[in-house]
Design a protein around this ligand. Sequence first.
Ligand code: ADP
Ligand code: MG
Length: 318
Amino acid sequence: MNAPHAPLPLLTFPDADKSPLSIRAKALVFFDPRSHEVRDEVERLAPLPQPVLIHGETGTGKELLARHIHRASERPGLFVAVSCSALSRNYADAELFGYAPGAHNGPVGSRAGWFGSANGGTLYLDEIADLPLSLQQKLLRVLQEREVLRVGAREPVPVDVRLVAATSIDLGQAVKAGKFLEGLQQYLHDGNLTLPPLRERIGDIQPLAEYFLGVHAQRLELPVPQIASDTQRALEGYSWPGNIRELENVIHFALLVSPDEEIRPEHLNFSGGVAGSGGVTKVSDEALEHLVRQPGVEAQLRALLQRLEHERGPEAAL
Ligand SMILES: Nc1ncnc2c1ncn2[C@@H]1O[C@H](COP(=O)(O)OP(=O)(O)O)[C@@H](O)[C@H]1O
Ligand SMILES: [Mg+2]
């Protein structure tokens, strides 16, 4: 059993319940020192007008962070999230930049396009490297000139949009491979944020697990179970390929299958298998160092080594 952590997630969404956007998390749970670095950088960048590029694996919280940046920027317009991989092939131009009356038979929801909808606010472009080069070119022009030429229109319309882009790949490498426009990469360069994968911010795992447990228990009108200490170790030892999204799913599942008020390791359904039987993969050195610095861990490791030594004889000692 673990003492609950002090409830001090520092980036909060005070009116998330009233928000029309589907914000599932009311707070960004940031406890690990690496997350604190990200948080500080976010606080610095949010009020500035410059674009932001968030780099991170899927499920690390890029969109949540982008929403926070929008909120903290106090820009009056909307936060508009667009997945570049989901834009339709034939109408991507019109979807993004809008179209003049008569230019289309209405293939997209709004003539203003996503850019027009985000006017005065923030446009979040997820997986920006998935935009075809021709659209990257147009995007850069629109951002630099602050006006957009809608498909089929003669005159450009002024727009004031702050771009927050996200990528799970290294844009520098994509530029070298000729798949990403160097000018666009440079345009995004000053506002770089990297969200480390969950396995490299182990200090966030327990607070996030408790947070999701609380959220789902409340939603399901269930008592909030405790996380057993060997469960915590299993959570911290897993590699989390799906990052925070996967952690939420694992906790949600565990809540539903645990018969009493304790989450035990057998309730954890990792996508990569059960911890200890292949699901636990490589943990980075940095993460391991952090883990070893946690209270009690060193003592447990020593006890384990002593047991090994005792069982196998002196050659097992490190
Ligand atoms: N720091 C965090 N605190 C609480 N919930 C988080 C945090 N980061 C991510 N989440 C949640 O994890 C899920 C994945 O986050 P998301 O922003 O969609 O990731 P990405 O855009 O990188 O794929 C979402 O449900 C989000 O609310
Ligand atoms: Mg996403």
